[in-house]
Design a protein around this ligand. Structure first.
Ligand code: UTP
Length: 294
């Protein structure tokens, strides 16, 4: 029996939906209230017991490495000024975990980004977390999926029902609910990336959490460019289905699409309302707004 110990965070995409904000700043560093979105995924992996974390970065993404590194100058200034609360906050980020980085030299797609990290995955099953998807769940979403991997020892993708008009934005699966009492588990028969509405086999979309067996790397190496001219992970998973099972899992929790402007704004409002320090004042402010006048 193999265990999932490694986590991969692809963060080398161009973030075009957020331009011009992402021209010189990685999308992954946009803050949801006071934390960059990638930190939510990193904290989820740590809370799920994952030990080896690898972030895939690209050109212009140095801020991600700096964020998880020690900032001597900042720590010194905070110390001198007696700002111990802020100092603790800053230190907590760099002390959280050791992270390795790999560079994807060209943004050739999510599938290509994962292939770049092949050597670091040590021929073991691994987790993939896309920072764009911020998921509130207890236990954490990727922990729920590791538990399923532990039972079945096959790849697992996170699924979510989406409105039919949104199926063109996701990888969509053709799948059958498993009848063995495992709630939310689906046997995947096929999948397709961003299908036109009339070709979508269901409204079950793959979202940014995966447990993958190492055979995904051979499948990725054989996969050519697909939708959007990129090497798509969905196409490689489809290839894998010829030789092995892949399970879909409708996770328990709430997913925010922070990679999209509207989703990002919605998440910001919800996280701000739940924030201990800001919540009450922000709630009062929202209630005071006359929406018809803005
Ligand atoms: P997206 O489809 O959200 O693409 O990638 P993007 O480039 O980040 O953003 P938009 O669509 O242009 O606004 C899904 C995930 O795959 C990573 C992204 O960083 C994101 O976490 N990715 C995508 C890579 O690491 N490399 C790529 O070449 C493409």
């Amino acid at each position: 029996m193999t265990r999932v110990r490694r986590a991969l965070f692809p963060a080398a995409g161009l973030g075009t939906r957020f331009l011009p904000a992402t021209k010189a700043q990685p999308k992954e560093m946009l803050p949801l209230v006071d934390k960059p979105i990638i930190q939510y995924a990193v904290e989820e992996a740590i809370a799920s017991g994952l030990e080896n974390l690898v972030i895939i970065t690209g050109r212009g993404k140095n801020a991600i490495e700096d964020h998880f590194d020690i900032s001597y100058e900042l720590e010194k200034i905070l110390e001198e000024r007696g700002k111990s609360d802020l100092l603790d906050l800053v230190r907590a980020v760099s002390e959280m975990v050791h992270i390795a980085y790999v560079r994807q030299k060209e943004a050739l797609g999510l599938g290509h980004a994962i292939l770049v990290a092949r050597d670091l995955m040590n021929d073991e099953p691994f987790a993939v977390l896309l920072g764009d998807d911020v998921i509130e769940a207890n236990p954490p979403c990727i922990r729920q999926m590791i538990d399923i991997y532990d039972r079945y020892q096959v790849s697992v993708v996170a699924l979510m029902e989406v409105p039919v008009e949104e199926t063109t934005r996701y990888g969509i699966v053709k799948a059958k609910q498993m009848s063995n009492g495992d709630e939310g588990l689906f046997e995947i028969a096929d999948m397709v990336e961003k299908p036109p509405r009339d070709k979508a086999p269901s409204n079950l979309a793959i979202i940014g959490r995966y447990i993958l067996t190492p055979s995904v790397f051979d499948a990725l190496a054989e996969t050519g460019t697909g939708s959007g001219g990129e090497i798509q992970l969905t196409d490689a998973l489809r290839r894998m289905l010829a030789n092995e099972r892949i399970l879909g899992y409708k996770f328990r929790g709430k997913r925010h699409d922070a990679g999209d402007k509207l989703g990002f704004l919605q998440a910001t409002i919800e996280f701000a309302l739940k924030n201990e320090e800001l919540g009450p004042a922000f709630r009062a402010y929202l209630k005071s707004i006359d929406l018809d006048k803005i």
